[in-house]
Design a protein around this ligand. Structure first.
Ligand SMILES: *[C@@H]1O[C@H](CO)[C@@H](O)[C@H](O)[C@H]1NC(C)=O
Length: 290
């Protein structure tokens, strides 16, 4: 028996190694995978470059982006949002194909609020240039008290937005029903902190209080595992990538239970049920969301 098993194990390890070499591994520092895109005086590196501080003041906000684009995979970061009075501020974490009229985009936008009022997380999905798919969730914890993990999982089967591993949004691949799904354009990873008090908090009623500036948000534990583009051409379609595996093709029973819990208890807006915008529910809303 053993003589049979050992070579197979070797072969399996060999395949695993090849697979690890083709995909991107966990980076050590911010600057390894990211570059500053807006106002480097407003982004400070902390703890040897493994964490950063984003600054918003009356002069400027700031932003950063990944050096590479990726086609499928998993992106996560731990973020600690602006504490206290953050009304009128928006902290965003998103993926974007940067292809104008046909762009694909997956957005997390954290909308600040007055002290003691809940932060709102707005998500949106653009596929082939078409967006207007906003959903809003109020978080079940204070996201300015501690770091929490925000992640995007993207494979051939579905896209999952999660907070500390709890799915808050799922966009399934319903191409078989004629519903568009992003799968050909690689996307970069972006983040910005800026002032948007014309719309962000209570629809623009609450203005930013500059006497509380500067405002600080913190990021750490940057993690990208995916197929870099340019990169090995056969990576995106490789069914052996871990993010394409059976555990990631549909929500587990436990994930589905948590997702239902978020939708029942914490969702405050869903474009799918906004009859003034969509008299008829858009097709992706009725095609099955679990
Ligand atoms: C801010 O707090 C108000 C009052 O609790 C709430 O209605 C609103 O959804 C919160 N979020 C935003 C972004 O306005």
């Amino acid at each position: 028996m053993a003589t049979l098993i050992v070579p197979r194990l070797h072969y399996y390890c060999f395949l695993l190694l090849i697979n690890i070499a083709l995909v991107f591994a966990r980076p050590a520092t911010f600057l390894q995978d990211f570059r500053i895109t807006w106002s480097d005086s407003h982004i400070r590196q902390l703890q040897g470059g493994t964490a950063i501080q984003l600054v918003l003041d009356q002069n400027s906000g700031c932003g950063f982006a990944s050096k590479s684009q990726y086609l499928f995979g998993r992106v996560s970061m731990k973020i600690k949002l602006i504490p206290g009075d953050s009304a009128g501020t928006v902290t965003a974490f998103y993926m974007n194909s940067d292809t104008d009229s046909v762009r694909d985009e997956l957005d997390f936008e954290f909308l600040g609020n007055r002290s003691g009022q809940p932060y709102t997380v707005q998500t949106n999905i653009y596929v082939h240039g078409k967006g207007d798919r906003e959903q809003r969730v109020n978080l079940w914890f204070d996201p300015a008290q501690d770091f929490h993990e925000y992640s995007l999982d993207w494979n051939h089967y579905k896209i999952v937005f999660a907070v500390d591993g709890v799915p808050i949004r799922v966009y399934k691949n319903h191409e078989a029903k004629g519903i568009p799904y992003p799968k050909t354009q690689p996307m970069g990873i972006y983040s910005t902190l800026w002032e948007a008090d014309d719309w962000a908090t209570r629809g623009g009623l609450e203005k930013i209080d500059w006497s509380k500036a500067p405002f600080y948000a913190y990021y750490k534990d940057f993690n990208i595992e995916g197929c870099p583009v340019p990169g090995p051409a056969n990576c995106p379609s490789n069914p052996n990538n871990w993010w394409e595996g059976p555990l990631y093709q549909q929500l587990t029973v436990e994930q589905a239970r948590r997702y239902r819990w978020v939708r029942m208890n914490h969702m405050i807006y869903d474009y799918c049920t906004d009859r003034s915008r969509y008299p008829v529910s858009p097709p992706e809303c009725t095609a099955g969301i679990y």
